[in-house]
Structures are given as structure tokens and as C-alpha cells.
Design a binder for this molecule. Structure first.
Ligand code: GRF
Length: 201
């Protein structure tokens, strides 16, 4: 049997992108196995999604000690699962080199804007607002490597524009963006595990 790539998926919230990865693995569309889901929030709905699919879950709540310490512990926890790829799918904490330095070229992030357009939180709201002001007519999504602490920045693996329609509501735009994310994330992770995207040191 074909060897399955091991994924650790890190989340902080709803986990709809996690669900897309789970479904793609189950359907045989993604030759990978989600070996663990890591959340910094016990109440994140994505934790329940993982448990429903009998995936190991690790809850690592916000630091009581220093950020460096938290990230080093987080790296130890993730390392136990020996992942080929670590997927940040709605992980809402900036990772320091204490974590990233342990997994060079293996941490992948999903962000709901095009490269450089709206880094950071509330990217969809900010894009919607900019469209209301007549500044933009499209936003987009991207999947990129996370080499360092740069926020939503790093070598781009895939992008997809998403139009903002004249009669869009924020809800409608969010729904369209999330649907695009579910497809692009699965497709990009598939290409990564199949070696179709070259990631070099
Ligand atoms: C997605 O929009 C992702 O791009 C951003 O956080 C959101 C996570 O959504 N980083 P979900 O938890 O996967 O539903």
C-alpha cells in the first residue's frame, strides 16, 4: 500500500478546513493521514470534529510562562507525532522560531487574502470594507510556507483570487472564501505530499 504522509493540523476555531482535510483523506483524495490535531483552545469546535473521527487531539492552552517556552513545548508535543507536514488551518497564534526552527520547510499556513494584501486578523472583513470603499473588486486566498515570524508571509505555494460582487454581504463573501479555501488547501496539501510542489532548503 502507498505510504501515507503524516499531517499534524493546528487549529484555534471551527475547523472547517480541518474537516475538508479529514474528508479528503477519508475519500482517498489525499494520500495522507491526520495523525493529530493540536488546538490552543479546548472549546474550539475543530477539536470535536477531530474526536468524531478518532483523531488524536492535543490541547495546548495559552502560555502561563514565556512565549518561547510555550512554543518549545508545542514543538515537543508536535514532534511526538513525527509529522511530514504541519498544517496551520485557522491557528490563531504567531509562532516563534522556537517552534518553526524545529520544522523547517514543513509548516504550511492558509490565509484568506492574496499575498501581501491583508495580512493578520480580520482579513475578510478588511477586504469587504475596502470593496465597499471602491478600492478593490477582488480578494483571494493563499497557502504558504511559514519560515519565520512574518505574519501571513512566506514562500507562496498556491493562490486563488475570489471576486467581491457588487451586492455581496460580508456573510456571502465569507462563505465564498471558505468554500474556495477548502478546495485550495486540500489541493495544495495533495500536491505537497505527492512531491508535485518542490520545497527546497
Ligand atoms: C480560515 O479562513 C483560514 O484562512 C484562517 O482562519 C480561518 C479558519 O477557518 N487562517 P476554519 O476554522 O478552518 O473554519
Amino acid at each position: 500500500m502507498e505510504k501515507l504522509a503524516k499531517l499534524v493540523v493546528m487549529i484555534s476555531g471551527s475547523g472547517s478546513n480541518l474537516q475538508a482535510l479529514i474528508d479528503a483523506c477519508d475519500a482517498g483524495q489525499l494520500p495522507a493521514e491526520i495523525v493529530a490535531v493540536v488546538s490552543n483552545r479546548a472549546e474550539a469546535y475543530g477539536v470535536q470534529r477531530a474526536q468524531r473521527h478518532n483523531i488524536s487531539t492535543v490541547i495546548h492552552p495559552p502560555p502561563t510562562g514565556s512565549r518561547a517556552e510555550y512554543d518549545a513545548q508545542l514543538a515537543d508535543l508536535v514532534d511526538i507525532f513525527n509529522p511530514d507536514w504541519i498544517i496551520l488551518a485557522g491557528w490563531m497564534r504567531i509562532l516563534s522560531m522556537n517552534f518553526l526552527g524545529r520544522f523547517p520547510n514543513r509548516v504550511v499556513n492558509l490565509h484568506p487574502s492574496l499575498p501581501g494584501q491583508f495580512p493578520g486578523t480580520h482579513a475578510i472583513e478588511r477586504a469587504f470594507e475596502a470593496a465597499q470603499q471602491g478600492q478593490i473588486e477582488q480578494t483571494g486566498i493563499m497557502v504558504h510556507l511559514v519560515p519565520d515570524e512574518g505574519v501571513d508571509d512566506g514562500p507562496v505555494l498556491a493562490t486563488q483570487p475570489v471576486p467581491i460582487l457588487p451586492d455581496d454581504t460580508l456573510d456571502a463573501l465569507e462563505t465564498r472564501i471558505h468554500a474556495a479555501e477548502h478546495k485550495l488547501l486540500v489541493d495544495t496539501v495533495r500536491r505537497l505530499v505527492l512531491g508535485e510542489i518542490a520545497v527546497t532548503e
